[in-house]
Unconditional design. Structure first.
Length: 319
């Protein structure tokens, strides 16, 4: 069966040198009350046996020495991301989660689709892949993983609306995310997680109700692009986005069964230069009531992309 390839709607990238709207937003993030978050630091702590000190002092190390030590060495805890020994949620992780959600919200008409689905894997979608990632398919369907997957190349002169907003190789992003820093003292918990086919993994996890704050800067986005950004953040709904490891699972741990990766975002304040305020006021809008501004931008985005957007609550689909 031939996979249908709808045409990706592309246009020339908007001029990064002509900025009409430039905004800085203060955002509060908190972990859902029934969720942990683990964002891996890309390394695993390893327990090194004390006997290793004696072996390295030997003039001659035998293969039996190495085998004995390797059997005693074991990985211990997968750490979460930290800066200055404090847990953070990296801005790159926030941007990736939000961009992915924006792309997944798009669906195609019989002929075209507004997103290129750059974040999706290029590997063929086999029955084995479908079994392994069944949760992803259950939520988003096969549309977003099989029908397009043709990343934009700005050198060709045209990009989709998502790449124009979040950037692509050779094209500067219009959105910049700071790292989310803890508001209070966040005490990490070490959980033993039953993962895969009964495999036990120890992870550091950010506990429920932990609070963070970060700044987001938007330069040159149109009102419909701001609406897409707010839809990706779910700030119009007050519902959690999914981020980090185990996010599609209800996980059995040594402290009970928990969901992972639920993070709720709220824009507390929008700062803007006078030229940005003037541009917004010309559209009959203002920043005095942040939530109303968010909702108006979302309406503009939904009207602009009417017929192309899904209405999905991914945090409810699996449970």
């Amino acid at each position: 069966m031939q996979i249908r390839r709808p045409q990706i709607i592309r246009s020339p990238p908007s001029n990064r040198g002509q900025i009409q709207i430039s905004l800085s937003m203060k955002i509060k993030a908190h972990v859902h009350e029934n969720s942990f978050i683990h964002i891996g630091a890309g390394r695993t702590l390893v327990m090194v046996p004390k006997e290793l000190d004696n072996i390295v002092k030997k003039e001659r190390v035998t293969i039996d020495d190495l085998r004995r030590i390797s059997r005693q060495m074991r990985s211990d805890v997968e750490p979460t991301f930290k800066v200055n020994d404090k847990p953070i949620i990296p801005g790159s992780s926030l941007k990736g989660a939000i961009r992915s959600r924006v792309e997944y919200l798009f669906k195609s008409s019989p002929h075209d689709v507004p997103a290129c689905f750059r974040v999706q894997s290029r590997q063929p979608i086999t029955s084995r892949i479908k079994r392994r990632f069944w949760r992803h398919f259950l939520i988003w369907g096969e549309d977003v993983v099989s029908e397009v997957r043709q990343g934009c190349d700005p050198k060709r002169g045209d990009v989709c609306v998502v790449c124009d907003l979040f950037g692509a190789p050779g094209l500067l992003s219009k959105v910049f995310f700071g790292n989310a820093l803890p508001i209070n003292d966040v005490k990490l918990e070490v959980l033993t997680v039953r993962f895969g086919r009964g495999r036990l993994v120890k992870v550091e996890a950010i506990p429920p109700r932990s609070e963070f704050k970060f700044k987001m800067v938007v330069n040159g986005a149109s009102l419909e692009q701001l609406g897409l950004l707010f839809l990706g953040m779910r700030v119009n709904e007050g519902k959690p986005i999914l981020i980090g490891k185990f996010k599609y699972r209800e996980v059995e741990t040594n402290k009970g069964v928990f969901r992972f990766g639920r993070l709720i975002l709220k824009i507390e304040k929008i700062n803007a230069a006078s030229f940005s305020r003037n541009a917004i006021e010309k559209e009959g809008m203002n920043f005095e009531n942040v939530q109303k501004f968010v909702e108006k931008c979302v309406v503009i985005a939904k009207n602009k992309f009417k017929g192309y957007m899904r209405n999905i609550d991914e945090t409810r689909e699996l449970f």
